[in-house]
Design a protein. Sequence first.
Length: 309
Amino acid sequence: MVDGKEDDINKLPTYTFDRSQAFATLPEARIPIDKVTRRIFTKAGVLSEWLAWISPKLRGRIQSKIVKRQKAQPHLFHFSQKTFELLKTELKEHVPESCNITISHILLALVTETLVQAHAAVASRKSKNFLKYIKPRAKKDTLPMGIIFQTREQLKLASTEYIGNVLMPKIVLKPLCEMESSTTIESLAKGIIGFSKTVSAISAPLVASYMDMIGSRPSSFTRPAMNFSFHKTAMTFVYDVMPDMYVADFGYGRPVWVSPIEPFRANAVLLLTGSNPNDGVDIFLSTFSEAMDEILKNESWMSIVSKIY
């Protein structure tokens, strides 16, 4: 350990996983959960029920096997503060003033379009039926998305020592036909406007309704995972930038670089604090290898981000 670090460690607060702190701050008011999210969490299935009631160790082994079989290919990209400011200026001409343009807003819209375009390119290349290739995609074809929100602020836990899980997923279905064309400022603006409604709906009463739903159905937490596991293009996006992991120096000083471990499930996106917390964010993106090849060839994507690895 670096000299002098022991005193710093002793000054750290005592963190807790006591979940009663999260329940203690729930408001009395409730807001109905949207139909899509409720259906995914409440629709029972034999496999998801079994997965919920087996031991955590066995469940973890099974989930690891599923992820390993996907053979997902991850990459870490950087989205700079300069690029964010430039895009924000351009986007202001295409979105209402009431729409707050944040880094997370832009990347949610951008990554979704980029992933859809990649999967569409792979599918069209594999298609053996030329007529099927030129047939317009039906409007009903959708991309299932699990947008995961950090709800510490809504539950007034931001200033507490509680570090348990207060993540809330919201399931949305996005029409694929709206995102398969090349990315433009106009398409990004449209995506941001649509997603902003989802983001602004995350409130304390909605979080309370979600926790009630989970509490009344203890096995429901496995149902979205099973639904997404059997869907080739279903994606998860952690909306909030993860806390500065570089602060946790473990007594050896600030790390030079921090990254998630492999493997990771396909079509998953994490926003991370970069090595320079004042210069944008890092994007950890994992998808199937063929789709990742298309992403790395996507000129729109690669002109906006830089690849770290």
